[in-house]
Every structure is written in structure tokens, then in C-alpha cells.
Write a protein that binds this ligand. Structure first.
Ligand code: C2O
Ligand code: CU
Length: 551
């Protein structure tokens, strides 16, 4: 195993992700940021300099558990202070498990600003994947707005709420097309054909393949909002990995992917080799106002400018939730994967609601809308400063709450309390969806846990009840770091508190998190050693270090 060093400058750059020039948050002058490739067991050391001039920055390594390095998790106000303009911070952490991951900004709405990239961990030396392939590609999916992230932030914090609306463009590896289509003859509503020469920043990244081979496609979604469905025209896909964990291979025509999730699929280039094929992504779960994202699967030696004669794959209807549920319910752990403990020590039920606070529209969990404190929790708890609400948030919601109806009193409160979890115990989380503020509306929320993988024990409809426990899958539940709750449904998760630190658990839809949709878990913080001072040089921990200096 080795240490891989990277020197990164984060700065605003002019870029054209979809043909319209914008200001994006780039790394080393590029968008998306550079891809990190490492091997399991390696140490990654990113020397990150903030060249943003007037705002702080942090980067979160999504899916990396940060075992023993909770201060490198890259969550502002949780694991560290935002890195000030001009300053350099060293993210040094071990990538212990092979898989498809990504990284992104975790301060304000910096993910929406374009601060993201791929992180790919290959199997360690002498190790083998449990499947074979001849070549691989990587697709990082995202969504793009023409309105800048700061304006979006102000819109979302306004009373009345100004909703940011649907994205203008879906991006594949940071590339999409606005106001034109690669498949104009099939586009609804009609769009002109894109006139591309191939060198443009918004030209699609074409996948060049040889006939009769097996390819691995790594796919990760870092969308701010959109849930997606991906398909390869004419080709079946076999899902083999989810969130850095192997799954029992299963075959599909199309797959859903929610923000925060990653997958690997295998496909065989067994179709007519004289043709090229579409790869498409479409919005799910929200009435789509965004054209599909496209790129080409180009069979060598065909010309890449030879467009497929068939239309791009037809996506399932945006509100065909049964289709989505059937995909989620096909995912099981590969035989031999770690099994969950048979019993839990504590169960926390988290009700997801949309609320008002003094007229402002917010999201709340058990009636608390998360507002982060000024001193990062990690230092705050480690040094006993406790600069947050010391009353922990509730483990449940009122029994008589009707999740199928609008809340009788939709007001909630702001809070920044912490779920203090006993070290080395088994925790069950039931994510309970509910009706939002509007009548008969309930949305999809992909929940992501930092510092851990969890087992997904099951999904259900309506309100979770004690008898649902019997239906939990304890035999081969998949290990993941992100799991979705479907409209008006619940999702059950289990994990073990074996990683000392403070960990965010939140909806991965960035505007939802911004509006308070998250909670904080802390476990074994007294066991955390040697937190680098640079991580905590703000708020009350910053003051503490200052006064110690004078002693
Ligand atoms: Cu990828 Cu806390 O998020
Ligand atoms: Cu959400």
C-alpha cells in the first residue's frame, strides 16, 4: 500500500458544462474535479488550498468511512472548520475498501456550484474482483442550474420560499447539452440538433467499445436534486456493486440511481456491431422539466459521429414508483458479505416532514430542523465544550401522527442537538416518510450516512409498525451508505457504532439538507485521538487553542 499525494487548488472558473458559459467551482482549473484512483489499503493525501477569495470550503469523501480519521470527513461545522480563503488543509485518510466513490463540497451549496469529482478504489494488490471484465468506464452524474449556487441559497432561505425549480441540464461527467439535443429527431419537446465538433467542454464523453467484450461501468450520482434512471439502448446491465459493496448480480434493462448512490454494472457488447447506441439518463420522482442526458456507446471501428438509428431508451414514467421499488428490492448482498447483528440495542424512528418556522419553509426530522453550530461538533464534544443544544433530539414522533395527511400543525423548531450513540452498539433507524406541506404530496429522499455503511433491512408502505419487524431481511441485506425513502413509505436500516467520531446523516438532496433535513450522530468521541488543530481553529475550539497558547 502506498500514500498517494494530490495538490489541489479550489477556485471559481469559467466553464461551459452545457453550452452556456457559467461560473463553476473547479479544482486545478478543471470541472468536474480530477478523478482520484487508488488501491484498497492506500492512503490518500489531498493538500487542498482554498483559492475562493471570499468563502470557506471543505470536501467530503463520500462513501469513505474515515476509520480513525473522523476529522478528515470534510463536513463543515461537524468534523472541521471550513478552510479559510488562502489556507491549505491536508485531508489524509485510508481508502480501505475497493469500490466506486466520489467526493464533493459539504459547505453551504458548494455541491450545486460544481465542486465534485470521482474517487475510485481498485482492489488491493493480489486481490480479485468477484467478476470478470475486459475494460471499464466511469460515469459521474449530476444536474446543473444556470442560476448560481449563492442565488439558489438566498432563494431557499427566503420567506416566502423561492423554490429553485428543476435543473436546466443533466450532466454526464460534467457534460450536457442545453437548448439542443444529440438526438434531435427523437426529442420531445423538439430541440435543434447540437452542432458539435468534439472539443467543446459540453461535448459528450463517448464510450468506445470493442464488440463481444464485457465492460464494467461505474456510475455515481452527485446530483443536487434529481433522481435518475439510466439505460443503455439495446443492452442489458448486470448490477454487481452498490456503494462500494458487492451485491448478488442481477440483470436489468434500466436502473434508478439516487443522489449519493454509486453502482457498478457489467454489460456485454453483443449487439449489432455496425451500429452505435445511446446511453441515457432521465429524471424520476419529480415531474421532469429537464431533457434527458445522453452520451454514445460507440462500437469500434464505427465513426463516433454515426448517430444511433434507434431512439434513446424510453424511461419509465417519472411517477412509476412500483418500477423504482422493484429495482430497490432486487438488491441483496453478495454471498459471504458481513451480516447484521440479529438484535438492535436502540431504535430511532425519524419522521421526515416539511414544515414552517415563522413562515419560512423548512424540512424537519421529528419536528427539528437542523441548523449547524459555529463550533464543529467533533471538537465541541471531544473537549467537553458542548457548544450545541445539549438536550438530544427525540427518538420517535407522536404515535397519533398521520403520515398520510397534511400535518394539523405544521410548525417545527430549529435545533442542533446530537443523537449520542453508545459505542459498539447496534442501532436501528426507521426513516418514516410523510405528507409534505401540500395535499397528497410526499417526495423521495435519499438518506446518506457518514462514517459507516448500514444494512438496508427493508422498505414498507405507510406508517411503520412493530409487526413490520418480522419482515426485516436479516439474511442477506445489502450494505450501503445511501438509502431512499419512497413517498408515504418507510425504510429500515441497521448499523454498528464502531467508528469513533461525529457523523452526519442526512437527505442527499442538497436544497433539502440546506433547509434542515439532517441529524447528527456521535459515538465514542472520547476515543478520538490527535485531532489536527487546523481542523478546529474556529468557534470555541479556536478560542480554546488560543488561550492554551498563553498558558
Ligand atoms: Cu455526499 Cu453528507 O454527503
Ligand atoms: Cu430530501
Amino acid at each position: 500500500a502506498k500514500t498517494r499525494h494530490f495538490k489541489w487548488d479550489v477556485e471559481y472558473i469559467h466553464w461551459s458544462p452545457d453550452g452556456k458559459e457559467s461560473v463553476v467551482m473547479g479544482i486545478n482549473g478543471q470541472f468536474p474535479g480530477p478523478t482520484i484512483r487508488a488501491k484498497a489499503g492506500d492512503t490518500v493525501a489531498v493538500h487542498l488550498t482554498n483559492k475562493l477569495h471570499t468563502e470557506g470550503v471543505v470536501i467530503h469523501w463520500h462513501g469513505i468511512r474515515q476509520i480513525g480519521t473522523p476529522w478528515a470527513d470534510g463536513t463543515a461545522a461537524i468534523s472541521q472548520c471550513a478552510i479559510n480563503p488562502g489556507e491549505t488543509f491536508l485531508y489524509r485518510f485510508k481508502v480501505d475498501k475497493a469500490g466506486t466513490y466520489f467526493y464533493h463540497g459539504h459547505y453551504g451549496m458548494q455541491r450545486s456550484a460544481g465542486l465534485y469529482g470521482s474517487l475510485i478504489v481498485e482492489v488491493g494488490d493480489g486481490e480479485k474482483e468477484p467478476f470478470h471484465y475486459d475494460g471499464e468506464f466511469n460515469l459521474l452524474l449530476s444536474d446543473w442550474w444556470h442560476k448560481g449556487s449563492h442565488e439558489q441559497e438566498v432563494d431557499l432561505s427566503s420567506n416566502p420560499l423561492r423554490w429553485i425549480g428543476e435543473p436546466q441540464t443533466l450532466l454526464i461527467n460534467g457534460r450536457g447539452q442545453y437548448n439542443c439535443s444529440l438526438a434531435a429527431q427523437f426529442s420531445k419537446p423538439p430541440l435543434p440538433q447540437c452542432k458539435l465538433r468534439g472539443g467543446e467542454q459540453y461535448a459528450p464523453q463517448i464510450l468506445r467499445v470493442r464488440p463481444n467484450k464485457i465492460y464494467r461501468l461505474r456510475i455515481a450520482s452527485t446530483t443536487a436534486l434529481a433522481s435518475l434512471n439510466l439505460a443503455i439502448g439495446g443492452h442489458k446491465m448486470v448490477v454487481v456493486e452498490a456503494d462500494g459493496n458487492y451485491v448478488q448480480p442481477f440483470s436489468v434493462q434500466d436502473m434508478d440511481i439516487y443522489s449519493g448512490e454509486s453502482y457498478s454494472i457489467l454489460f456485454k457488447t453483443d449487439q449489432d456491431p455496425t451500429k452505435n447506441y445511446w446511453i441515457s439518463i432521465n429524471v424520476r420522482g419529480r415531474e421532469p422539466k429537464t431533457p434527458q442526458g445522453l452520451t454514445l456507446l460507440n462500437y469500434i471501428p464505427n465513426s463516433a459521429s454515426k448517430f444511433p438509428t434507434l431512439p434513446p431508451p424510453i424511461a419509465p414514467l417519472w411517477n412509476d414508483y412500483n418500477h423504482s421499488k422493484s429495482f430497490s428490492n432486487k438488491i441483496f448482498a453478495l454471498m459471504g458479505s458481513p451480516k447484521p447483528p440479529p438484535q438492535n440495542h436502540r431504535r430511532i424512528i425519524l419522521l421526515n416532514t416539511q414544515n414552517k418556522i415563522d413562515g419560512y419553509t423548512k424540512w424537519a426530522i421529528n419536528n427539528v430542523s437542523l441548523v449547524l453550530p459555529t463550533t464543529p461538533y467533533l471538537g465541541s464534544i471531544r473537549y467537553g465544550i458542548n457548544a450545541f443544544d445539549t438536550k438530544p433530539p427525540p427518538d420517535n414522533f407522536p404515535r397519533d401522527y398521520d403520515v398520510l395527511k397534511q400535518a394539523p400543525n405544521s410548525n417545527s423548531t430549529y435545533g442542533n442537538g446530537v443523537y449520542m450513540l453508545k459505542f459498539n452498539t447496534t442501532i436501528d433507524i426507521i426513516l418514516q416518510n410523510a405528507n409534505a406541506l401540500a395535499k397528497d404530496v410526499s417526495e423521495i429522499h435519499p438518506w446518506h450516512l457518514h462514517g459507516h455503511d448500514f444494512w438496508v433491512l427493508g422498505y414498507g408502505e405507510g406508517k411503520f409498525s412493530e409487526k413490520d419487524v418480522k419482515k426485516f431481511n436479516l439474511k442477506n441485506p445489502p450494505l450501503r451508505n445511501t438509502a431512499v425513502i419512497f413517498p408515504f413509505g418507510w425504510t429500515a436500516l441497521r448499523f454498528v457504532t464502531d467508528n469513533p467520531g461525529v457523523w452526519a446523516f442526512h437527505c442527499h438532496i442538497e436544497p433539502h439538507l440546506h433547509m434542515g433535513m439532517g441529524v447528527i450522530f456521535a459515538e465514542g468521541v472520547h476515543l478520538v485521538k490527535k485531532i489536527p488543530k487546523e481542523a478546529l481553529a474556529c468557534g470555541l475550539t479556536g478560542k480554546m487553542f488560543m488561550s492554551n497558547k498563553h498558558n
